[in-house]
Structures are given as structure tokens and as C-alpha cells.
Ligand binder design. Structure first.
Ligand SMILES: N[C@@H](CCC(=O)N[C@@H](CS)C(=O)NCC(=O)O)C(=O)O
Length: 217
């Protein structure tokens, strides 16, 4: 079986990083849009991804991939001409893999609770406290990343954009929002701004993650 990539996604969500990578690669893909949390976590989605989450990507072979970092690494590696990931034997590869995994495991996974704090507590006051603590934790993660990584050029790994930059630009749009991110990791601010300004992504940002009034928080 072969065909286009199929992205299950939603506006403003982590799928936008996958959509951005496919746009940069220029591979044929189509979107199955999920308009609400109910649609994302509903029965139809469960038949695609039993975790009831997006992004989910169906490869041209028909195989399903979930987990945003793995998807981004796979897409970049399978299109080496795109320059979106360092080769396996590049000295930049350990840094690339470290921070891709860090972003997924230390930051993205916290949104399962941050987005729906009722998953751990029924009382609104406890939910508010949990949200505040999770937001602070994410700020700490960005601070630690900023202290550990100095951009090697316009982007994290040099002057060429990689899927790591794209991933960071998308995840840093969420709590503690961009203003929180800039404060926590000031040395990474120009990197995400360069991704925001990437001309090949202008249409995608406008459609899927618009820079609306007050978008930075
Ligand atoms: N580990 C997954 C996390 C994906 C995830 O949390 N996606 C959110 C949307 S940005 C979602 O589907 N949320 C549904 C829910 O909260 O149950 C990944 O890296 O792709």
C-alpha cells in the first residue's frame, strides 16, 4: 500500500509541528482535522490511536506512527535532502536526540494533566494549584534547556532549520506561553522567532496556529 501521509491533528496542537515538517519537506500529505477535545478523545480517534491523542500519522506504507518526537525524527531522517535532522554520525546527532526526547518527555507529556487537571483532582482549588505547579515545572524545563544549549547559529543546530527548532517553536506557544518561555530561556528566543518567521511556514502558521492579538501570553 502506498499513498500520501495522513496527519490526524487539530489547530494549535502538537500536530502542527508534524504539519510544519511535512510542509518543509514538501511531501504529499493530507489532514484529518479534529476540532475539539471530544473529537480527539472520542471512539473514532481511538480506532486510529488507542491513546486517543493526536498527532497520529499514517505513513504511505499504511503503518501508524504516534509520538510527536518519533514522528518528527522519522520524517526528517527519511527525507535527508530536507536537512531537517543531523545524520546519525553527525557530531550534532546526540544533542538533537537529547533535546527532541527532552521536549517530548519532560515538557509535552505534562499537558495531559495541564490541559485537563480534572484527571487528577475534582476540587477546583486543587486543579488550579496543579496547573500552577505544572506551568512552573515547564518553565524550569525551558530554563534548564536554555542553560544547557547555546544555539549554533540562527537555529539550535546551526543556520539551517531542523525539526528540533520546529518542535520547540510549537511547544513554546503553550503554557507558560511565549513570554514565559522567553523569560526562562532568553538565549532560545531568537531561535523560535526565526521559526515563526520562516517564509515557507507563513501559510501554515496563519491557518493552524495564528499569531493573534496577545498570542505570546
Ligand atoms: N506523547 C504524545 C502526546 C500527544 C498529546 O498529548 N496530544 C494532545 C494534543 S496537543 C492530545 O491529544 N490530547 C488529548 C488528551 O488530552 O487526552 C506525543 O508526543 O505525540
Amino acid at each position: 500500500m502506498s499513498g500520501d501521509y495522513v496527519v490526524y491533528g487539530a489547530k494549535g496542537s502538537g500536530s502542527v509541528a508534524i504539519e510544519a515538517a511535512l510542509t518543509l519537506i514538501g511531501a504529499p500529505w493530507r489532514l484529518v482535522d479534529r476540532a475539539s477535545l471530544a473529537e480527539i478523545t472520542g471512539e473514532e480517534m481511538a480506532r486510529v490511536n488507542p491513546m486517543r491523542q493526536i498527532p497520529a500519522l499514517v505513513l504511505p506504507s499504511g503503518e501508524l506512527m504516534t509520538e510527536s518526537a518519533a514522528i518528527l525524527i522519522h520524517l526528517a531522517d527519511s527525507h535527508p535532502g530536507s536537512g531537517l535532522s543531523p545524520a546519525w554520525d553527525s557530531p550534532l546527532r546526540p544533542r538533537f536526540l537529547r533535546w527532541m526526547s527532552f521536549a517530548a518527555a519532560q515538557v509535552y507529556s505534562l499537558f495531559w494533566l495541564l490541559d485537563v487537571p480534572g484527571r487528577i483532582a475534582d476540587q477546583p482549588a486543587v486543579q488550579d494549584l496543579a496547573k500552577a505547579r505544572l506551568e512552573a515545572r515547564i518553565g524550569d524545563c525551558w530554563r534548564i534547556m536554555g542553560e544547557q544549549v547555546q544555539p549554533a547559529g540562527r537555529f539550535l543546530l546551526g543556520d539551517e532549520i531542523s525539526v528540533l527548532d520546529v518542535y520547540l517553536a510549537v511547544l513554546s506557544r503553550w503554557e507558560p506561553r511565549r513570554k514565559g518561555f522567553y523569560a526562562a530561556a532568553p538565549n532560545l528566543a531568537e531561535v523560535v522567532r526565526a521559526v515563526d518567521a520562516e517564509p515557507r511556514l507563513a501559510g501554515l502558521w496563519a491557518e493552524r496556529m495564528p499569531f493573534r492579538e496577545g498570542w505570546e501570553g
